[in-house]
Design a protein around this ligand. Structure first.
Ligand code: GLU
Length: 291
């Protein structure tokens, strides 16, 4: 079987060294095996995605000496696929509309007598809209109230049964998607969530090994559940270690981690940097992020 990997950045900011580390590993896994390496632009979030970052991604990968097979795929061109999956889940009564704002959710959690559930992504949704009657839902939708679509997690888990998957580095995993609560699969402001789009696209593009950072290890439990619900194949997974910057903090776009564009503009040699990372070394000041 041909090994197919991908790099799937969101064009919501400039790439940093952590992205380079990830892209090089996915690229080399495929190239070393005579397989295929794909580039997918995860631009479903129309409010945060920027065209200049798409160009920046292409320029950064070229500077690192990485090549990909075929044209880059854009999630914004694939909305019909996500809508189709949502319709299938809705027809099986596994989704419900959620009209809550962030403020509604915070208020509900603050007023609740029971302790909030904390999942891998923070506090779980308290289930407010799950308790609405069918008539109330229909009336609100008819009135044009903005809404997200959430997965009825316990029903989904019951339908899917126990699920396992294997990480090439962390080993065998028992999926625990219920820990996330009723997750959003379609947002008020975006036609699909990251979890839904990534699961569908990895299957649709024939990705056989997902190489990405260890920060997404637990999210794979959700992807595994969605694969079971939508009858999609489960690829192999390889969640690699994360890098920390000179401040000791894990590299993240929001912390203004030093960008590849800045190194490129400063005249650094991208291929030399890629080879340094391949040898397992890091530029001065960078380190492995603490688990
Ligand atoms: N678009 C996601 C990100 O940039 C990709 C995650 C993945 O590789 O599945 O974090």
């Amino acid at each position: 079987m041909t090994l197919v990997t991908r790099f799937a950045p969101s064009p919501t900011g400039a790439l940093h060294l952590g992205h380079a580390f990830s892209a090089i590993q996915a690229h080399d896994r495929a190239r070393d095996a005579g397989g295929r390496f794909l580039l997918r632009i995860e631009d479903i979030d129309g409010t945060r995605s920027r065209e200049e970052h798409v160009q920046g991604i292409v320029d950064d990968l070229g500077w690192l000496g990485l090549t990909w097979d075929g044209a880059a795929v854009r999630q914004s061109d694939r909305l019909a696929l996500y809508e189709d999956a949502l319709a299938r889940l809705r027809a099986r009564n596994l989704l419900y509309p959620c009209f809550c704002t962030r403020a509604d959710i915070a208020r509900e959690i603050a007023q609740s007598v029971s302790a909030p559930h904390h999942g891998p992504d923070g506090t779980c949704y308290p289930g407010t809209c799950r308790r609405l009657s069918g008539e109330e839902r229909a009336a609100r939708i008819a009135a044009g109230m903005p809404h997200a679509w959430r997965l009825t997690m316990d029903a989904a888990v019951a339908v899917a049964g126990p699920l396992r998957w294997t990480d090439a580095i962390a080993g065998p995993q028992e999926a625990d998607p219920a820990a996330f609560g009723d997750i959003v699969l379609a947002r008020k402001d975006a036609p699909a969530s990251y979890h839904l789009a990534v699961t569908i696209d990895d299957a649709a593009q024939g990705v056989t090994e997902v190489v990405r950072g260890a920060d997404l290890l637990r999210a794979t439990d959700i992807h595994r559940l969605l694969q079971a619900l939508l009858a999609l194949p489960t690829p192999d997974y390889r969640h690699h270690r994360l890098l920390a910057g000179p401040d000791g903090k894990r590299l993240a776009k929001r912390d203004r981690a030093p960008t590849l564009a800045a190194l490129r503009d400063a005249g650094e040699d991208g291929r030399a940097l890629a080879n340094l990372l391949r040898r397992g070394a890091l530029p001065t000041g960078f380190a492995d992020a603490k688990a």
